[in-house]
Structures are given as C-alpha cells and as structure tokens.
Design a protein around this ligand. Structure first.
Ligand code: ATP
Length: 384
C-alpha cells in the first residue's frame, strides 16, 4: 500500500506502532523474596523483596554502603545469600552457579581482557559456548554495530577511551543474549559529558533489545532519567519503590526527599495537626506545611522543601511562610542560580532561581505551604 493511500489516522497508527515496537523480553518475571545477606555482625541486605517485569529498567539507588552491590551480587550468584529466594519465571536460580544463570554483568571498572582485541573480548562468551566460527563472527559484528564500535574491532582496550571501553563491556554482556542485565555503577569512571551520552546509549540498547535491567547507582539524576522504577535503599533495607515521578513527587520519608534533591531539612515540632498542619522551628518560627505521614501536636518532625520550590521576593512582600532574609552565597549554574539565604530559620535555605540576586541582597524568603513537606522525625544527621 502506498503511504498516500493511508488515511491520516492509519498513517499515525503505523508510525506509532513502529515507534513503540520493542522485542519481546526474554523473561516474564523476576521474583525476589526476603533476600538477606550478613557480613559478620553487619546486615548488608535485609528482607529484600522485589518483583520485576520482563522489559523493565530498575535502578537500585542509595548512598555508599546501603547494600546495592550486595543485592546485585546475590542476584548474579557472586555472593551466597544467607536466606531468601530468587525466581525467574517461576524457577529458583538459588542453586544455579553464576555462569549458568545466563545473566549479563557490567561493572564500573569495565573488567575487559587487556590482551584481547575488542572483537575477541566481545566474542569470548560465545567462544566459551563453542558456537560455530561464522555464527560468532556475525553475532559480534551485529553487537559491535549496536554499540557503534564496529570500526574499533581490531584495537586493544588500552587504545580506546573510557566511554568506548564501557561500550565494549556492554557489548560483551549483551552478546550472549542474557536473560537479565545487571549493571553496577557502569558510568562512575566517566567524565560528566560522557556520562550523559552513555546514559542515553544504555537506555537505547535496553529498549532496542527488550532487555530486563537492574542498575546500581548512587546518582539520583541517573536513576530518575533511566529507570522505569526506582528502588531506594538505606542500611540494607528498601525504603521506597516507585516510578521516578512517584519517588520524586511523593517521597515516602525525609530520607527519600533528601536523597531525591530536597536539600533543605528543618527540625520542627508539630503545633497543629490535620490538613491545616502547623509547625514551629527550633528558633520559634511558625510555618504551615503539608503532612507526609502520621503527625500529632507535640511530635518532632522534619520539614523539607526543594531549592526550586523556594520563592524569593522583594523585601516587604507578604504571604504565608514568608520571612525576611539576606542572600549569603550565590552560585551561578548556567541554567539558573543557586542561593543560600539566611533568615530567622535555624539553617540557611538553598533556593534555585532564574532571577538575578547578589550577595547581601535583602529578600523575602517564601516557603509555599503546599511545597513544604513535613515528615515524622528521623535524625537529620543520619539523613544527610
Ligand atoms: P557502594 O556504592 O559504596 O559500593 P553499596 O550500596 O553497593 O555501596 P555494598 O557494597 O552492598 O554497598 O555494601 C553494604 C555493606 O556491606 C557496607 O557496609 C559494606 O562495607 C559491607 N560489605 C560489603 N561487602 C563486604 C564484604 N565482603 N565483607 C564485609 N563487609 C562487606
């Protein structure tokens, strides 16, 4: 049929179908239950429960030491968990050795063979399976094309940039058609610009091949931009699971809010609960906010607001949660400016704005009540 013969609607449907068409994932479901790992006294991973659908991109996010790598290594079979269950499409892999799980792994340090060419590095996994030479050649060629490194086939890893080396590592992992792709901070060794480029590459490859990916990172921006869902971890425990939008817009705790970019945390006490929540700072300033969790009058709590939600007005302007303040520091970020504003509050408040303010300017600092989220108390020292 000629394109002209299609109605506008049919044409749009065809384009839409081509755009969203993705290969069928190799698994339907990964089911993890009560996965636990101790190192002596330390519970590195506690009761880790997660269901992953085939084709999903899941990030394990959290600060150093929260158990992300431990979880990934237990999945890979590189660490033996103390308890729990891992099932792929209803079959346990707990007793399957790592090399027989058919998972692909990519690490921060690339882990390439330095004495093998790019082509041989990628072919290695297939040679281990004793596949016919012509088939290996075709498959390596196809995968090197996918990671855009076909013309580097005869070079050695040391002759390539960090980004290219990481693409070889990815090629080596995907060439064996893994059922599950496991990635541990694969972009940490790259500079900022390359990191952004490789982020797009990883998402593109994941989609092009219909992979199911579990990705470890401590970088919230990376997790937000790449993932279908984020698993936020802390001290070996899952804190929150949700889409990037959910964990960003509806953090479940002060810890989650802080880890996802809310850098302003204030210790407060609840003075009036229910929907019309009122709190008081340690320095005695009354604020109204939005409750996140059970709060009663007298409770200790943490109020939190994102820098981009803080409003700066000319001194003298009035409104809810508006305080006189002075701009203490100004950091130009290219797109906008980040300011620290000292007011009667216990801490300097970080504000992000497109307006031009200078150090020493007197301002009216406004914390819109609907954006000032109030969580049940945690130790702020523990959170940051
Ligand atoms: P990072 O990003 O720094 O790797 P992570 O979130 O991946 O952090 P893990 O590497 O999983 O954290 O470590 C979780 C905890 O377990 C840490 O306190 C760590 O020191 C500890 N740990 C990890 N591996 C071992 C080990 N082999 N022996 C003893 N303790 C370990």
């Amino acid at each position: 049929m000629h394109a002209q013969a299609l109605t506008g609607e049919q044409h749009a449907a065809t384009i839409g179908a081509a755009k969203t068409e993705r290969p069928t994932p190799r698994i339907e479901r990964l089911r993890i239950r009560s996965l636990t790992k101790r190192f002596g006294e330390l519970a590195a991973l506690r009761d880790f429960d997660l269901d992953v659908l085939g084709g999903e991109f899941i990030s394990l996010l959290g600060p150093s030491g929260c158990g992300k790598t431990t979880a990934l290594n237990c999945l890979a079979g590189l660490l033996e968990p103390d308890g729990g269950e891992i099932e792929l499409d209803g079959t346990s892999v707990m007793r399957t050795p790592p090399e027989r799980r058919r998972f692909g792994m990519v690490f921060q340090n690339y882990a390439l063979f330095p004495h093998l060419t790019v082509g041989r590095n990628v072919a290695f996994g297939l040679e281990m399976q004793s596949l016919p030479k012509a088939r290996i050649r075709d498959r390596v060629d196809q995968v090197l094309g996918l990671v855009r490194l076909r013309d580097q086939r005869d070079k050695y890893p040391a002759q390539l940039s960090g980004g290219q080396q990481q693409r070889i590592a990815i090629a080596r992992a995907i060439v064996t058609e893994p059922r599950l792709m496991l990635m541990d901070e694969p972009l940490s060794n790259l500079d900022a610009k390359l990191r952004l480029e490789m982020r797009t590459e990883i998402r593109r490859i994941h989609q092009a091949l219909g992979l199911t990916t579990i990705y470890v990172t401590h970088d919230q921006e990376e997790a937000l931009s790449l993932s279908d869902r984020i698993v936020l971890m802390r001290h070996g425990l899952i804190q929150q699971v949700g889409t990037p939008r959910e964990v960003y817009m509806e953090p479940a705790s002060a810890y989650a809010a802080n880890f996802l970019g809310s850098r302003n945390l204030l210790s407060v006490r609840v003075t009036k609960a229910a929907d019309d929540l009122h709190v008081e700072t340690r320095s005695g300033i009354a604020l109204s906010g939005t409750p996140r969790g059970p709060l009663a009058p007298g409770d200790e709590a943490i109020a939190s607001i994102r820098p981009e939600d803080v409003t700066l007005l000319a001194l003298g302007e009035d409104g809810a949660n508006t305080l006189p303040g002075v701009v203490e520091t100004v950091e130009f970020l290219g797109r906008g400016t980040e300011l620290s504003v000292r007011s009667g509050l216990d801490e300097g408040i970080i504000a992000r704005t497109d307006d031009v303010w200078s150090q020493g300017d007197a301002v009216a600092l406004q914390l819109p009540p609907e954006r000032l989220l109030v969580f049940p108390a945690e130790d702020p020292g523990e959170i940051v």
